[in-house]
Design a protein around this ligand. Structure first.
Ligand code: GFB
Length: 319
């Protein structure tokens, strides 16, 4: 029986992996979901103690200090340092404890910002990770996450470890973080539209609503992570996102959320707030060439399910 440890086990993606693992039990593998209570990965001693206890054969490393645009702007130091520390400690312990496979995360926000890098054309693919500076709004997080690619490749080359890195686009789904200052856009809009419906107030979207994003529903991403754990063994990162044709504006996302709640008043856009990165269109050609049969949940359906989860779990959701 092989133990696969999932860090960040009580986060949004951790919950989604647990849900998906339950869908199709895998003979010979048992999953152990751990979170900060079992060991603070920014602390090397605590990280070693966790590996000592669990003795994993595989690790799916989801734990990270994450947040939306406004948290990244406010806490660049912590986003840089906490993620560097967690990723370094996990990789060091994976080598020390002989872990056979490690899956770590980048993000599509790590790629070069096209307006600063005229040589970069959209849609972006996995080959350009280090070919220019990321968008200033999340530079700290982006550089920390870029080191996941560097460190994974070094461990492969120098120690022969099967470490891989995956680059999800913006994630949303049940068990998200809904805090006003720190959350990503979709959970923020879900919380705000819920408050507007219950308080009879306006549904206010920050910024112009014009920026464009590709979004991935957390259960879909969990299936992709599990597929990659068992079937993707290449050195280079793999983008996990719906295709460029699925790119939507923040305004369109807000309308999906409003439709899911039945909010019928006008949506208000508060342009006193910054828009952040305008677009970061990525291609999923490499993923589709490796896993052509995979299908993403339609966005409107995924948002409706995420809204329904929040309405049913409002009192216990991470606010
Ligand atoms: O998910 P988000 O916060 O971050 O989305 P990024 C920011 C976009 O949504 C901006 C608009 O255009 C905001 O103006 N927006 C509208 C809102 N209303 C709100 C709101 O109430 N809250 C928030 N947060 N946004 C993230 C990175 O960038 O991308 C992360 O910061 C991560 O590190 C993620 O990499 C994938 O999409 O701009």
């Amino acid at each position: 029986m092989k133990t696969i440890m999932v860090t960040g086990g009580r986060g949004m993606l951790g919950h989604a992996v647990e849900q998906v693992v339950g869908e199709e039990p895998r003979a010979g593998s048992r999953f152990e979901f751990v979170d900060i209570e079992e060991g603070d990965l920014t602390d090397k001693v605590a990280t070693r103690a966790l590996f000592e206890r669990v003795r994993p054969h595989g690790v799916i490393h989801l734990a990270a200090d994450v947040g939306g645009l406004y948290k990244n702007v406010a806490q660049g130091v912590e986003m840089f340092e906490n993620n560097l520390l967690m990723n370094m400690h996990v990789m060091q312990c994976c080598r020390e404890f002989g872990v056979e496979k490690l899956v770590s995360c980048l993000s599509t926000c790590v790629f070069p910002e096209q307006t600063l890098c005229p040589h970069i054309t959209l849609p972006i693919d996995e080959t350009v990770v280090h070919m220019g500076p990321p968008h200033p709004s999340n530079e700290g997080y982006a550089y920390a996450k870029r080191m996941v690619d560097v460190q994974s490749r070094y461990y492969r080359r120098q120690y022969g470890r099967n470490f891989i890195s995956l680059a999800p686009t913006n994630i949303f789904g049940p068990h998200d973080n809904y805090s006003p200052e720190h959350s990503h856009v979709i959970p923020a809009l879900i919380r705000k539209c819920d408050e507007a419906m219950r308080g009879g107030t306006d549904f206010v979207v920050w910024g112009s609503g014009k920026p464009l994003r590709q979004f991935v529903y957390s259960p879909d991403l969990a299936r992709l992570f599990l597929w990659a754990f068992f079937h993707y063994d290449e050195a280079d990162p793999l983008i996990l996102a719906p295709g460029p044709e699925q790119e939507v504006s923040i305004g369109q996302i807000a309308q999906h959320v409003a439709n899911a709640f039945g909010y019928a008043k006008p949506i208000v856009f508060d342009t006193n707030y910054s828009d952040g990165q305008h677009r970061r269109t990525v291609t999923n050609q490499k993923l589709m060439s490796r896993y052509p049969e995979f299908r993403f949940t339609p966005l409107a359906e995924a948002i409706k399910a995420s809204v329904a989860w929040f309405q049913a779990n409002r009192t216990t959701a991470r606010l």
